[in-house]
Write a protein that binds this ligand. Structure first.
Ligand SMILES: [Zn+2]
Length: 501
């Protein structure tokens, strides 16, 4: 019997918001190495490794390195991980490489870090070793990424309830390619626009475009995947826009036109991509007037940690303390200095101190008086389903109770508050509250389902795109810039196939 194929597997997961002034270094990353990454994987890594193992392939696990979205990644740290991966490839000499990447990682020097990484890998292994990656659909997908991968696909849903399936599909396609049953060819079509809103895939224009994509895939058995990438809006790079990719088995004369058709639908529907969120006052009026729906879970759109904002906003805290007496709630504020002060005061102490606004330009700290009710290292395991079972840390965390009604979680690091465990791990009972604040725009609806009523609020901050608010120097896209009707065409990226004509 012949030796099983050996697939080198790794995960490097970060979404880098260049507007966040703090660079993201090693201390922010949770890094596991070797077999440890196979113990309780989640998302793409789980689907990828379980499918490879079930098919009898040999997995060579290298590392899983991930951090909550935040500022640009420290260049030296990125380079050290890249080198670690390249050395592992030299050592293992794998038959294939399977990776989970977010696809919007940037450093100060390299806005397209994944493109750089994949180019380096391809340069090392040559054209004959398949490279397959599973991405978030908010990936910043570049030509360099597509030109250096055999399989480059995204999850299909926002909120991302299908990341495991994405990993399974990467594995299936890698196996087919290794066994000679698949000759992957990807075509892409690019549209220079971002989505100012309507980003969920279950309704609105995105649901319609995905439905057409599924119909095209069903009609063309040669099509192995259609991915629709909606771009991360806090990158500033030349190729910033919507990307549709179609992966077929061998060149297919139909796929270029299909990719272009799907891409053109974005441009045609562009005015429909907008959000209609509540103002802060409308939000708290709703909570006050809807006791039957409590607790609410509020998406603080401007301060979304899940979009790389620092999580240091005091907007909702100030509003509820100053104008909405009687409402009971919990929220997180990233503030390492205030956390240290509160921890030093000790459990049961009452202290008065300014909190928040240490990172986001334009935010103002809020002076509060609170009683220290909980102190911890901030470690918790996410309930999921998004990131289910993943270990996360808020760093040292102190809960202050203010006015006997508001629990302020002062955290040393931005918190994954899209998951109830961020709160319950700190002794907070959601059922006793009128609201909790999630610094997330979409995924919190999955993780709080059945436990709280989701609602979005239009708050300032660097976690939500607003036309004209941020500086873009390299990119040119609608609606930020005036774009004449773009010429949308298909490009072929296959590593081994002849060019499409
Ligand atoms: Zn995403």
């Amino acid at each position: 019997m012949s030796e099983p194929y050996r697939v080198l597997v790794a995960r490097l997961y970060h979404e880098s918001n260049r507007l966040n002034p703090e660079s993201t270094g090693e201390a922010r990353f949770l890094i596991q190495r070797g077999q440890n990454i196979l113990r309780s994987p989640s998302g793409v890594l789980k689907g990828l490794t379980e499918t490879l193992a079930a098919a009898g392939l040999m997995i060579e696990p290298i590392f899983s390195a991930g951090a909550p979205p935040s500022g640009l990644v420290d260049q030296d740290f990125y380079l050290s991980l890249r080198e670690e991966l390249l050395q592992a490839v030299r050592r293992v000499n794998p038959d294939a490489i399977g990776l989970e990447l977010h696809g919007a990682m940037g450093t100060v020097d390299t806005p397209d870090a994944e493109g750089d990484l994949l180019q380096a890998l391809r340069h090392l292994v040559g054209p004959l070793v398949p490279i397959g990656i599973g991405l978030d659909l908010h990936a910043h997908v570049t030509r360099r990424m597509l030109d250096n991968t055999d399989i480059c696909i995204a999850c299909k849903k926002n909120p991302h309830s299908d990341t495991v399936e994405c990993g399974q599909r990467v594995a299936e396609l890698l196996i087919q390619q290794l066994e000679g049953r698949l000759r992957p060819v990807t075509v892409s079509a690019f549209v220079p626009m971002t989505l100012p809103g309507a980003q969920e895939t279950a309704s609105g224009p995105l649901a319609e475009i995905h439905r057409v994509a599924r119909e095209y895939a069903a009609l063309h058995p040669n099509i192995q995947d259609i991915s629709i990438f909606n771009a991360f809006r806090f990158v500033d790079d030349e190729e910033m826009g919507q990307v549709v990719t179609i992966l077929s088995n061998g060149p297919d004369s139909d796929t270029p036109a299909l990719a272009v058709d799907l891409a053109k639908r974005f441009w045609a529907e562009r005015e429909r991509f907008h959000d209609d969120f509540l103002t802060v006052d409308e939000l708290f009026a709703l909570i006050r007037n809807s006791p039957e729906k409590r607790p609410f879970v509020i998406a603080d759109m401007g301060d979304r940690v899940l979009a790389g904002a620092p999580g240091d906003s005091t907007i909702l805290l100030s509003a509820v303390l100053d104008h909405y007496p009687g409402l009971r709630g919990a929220l997180t504020i990233t503030d390492p200095a205030a956390t240290a002060r509160a921890a030093e005061a000790g459990l049961g102490a009452t202290i008065r101190l300014p909190v928040g606004a240490g990172f986001t330009p334009g935010f103002k700290p809020k002076l509060i008086t609170g009683r220290v009710e909980h102190i911890s290292d901030g470690d918790f395991v996410l309930d999921g389903p998004f990131h289910e079972g993943e270990h996360s840390t808020m760093g040292r965390t102190v809960v202050l109770q203010v006015d006997d009604r508001i629990h302020v979680l002062l955290t040393s690091k931005p918190a994954y508050s899209h998951d109830p465990a961020a709160f319950t791990s700190q002794g907070i009972r959601l059922e006793n509250l009128d609201f909790v604040v999630a610094k997330s725009g979409y995924h919190f609806t999955l993780n709080f389902a059945g436990r709280a009523t989701p609602v979005h609020v239009n708050t300032p901050g660097i976690g939500y795109y607003r036309k004209g608010q941020f500086k873009y120097e390299k990119s040119c896209f609608w609606p930020e810039h005036v774009i004449p009707a773009p010429v949308i065409y298909a490009r072929q990226h296959s590593v081994n196939a002849p060019p499409y004509r």
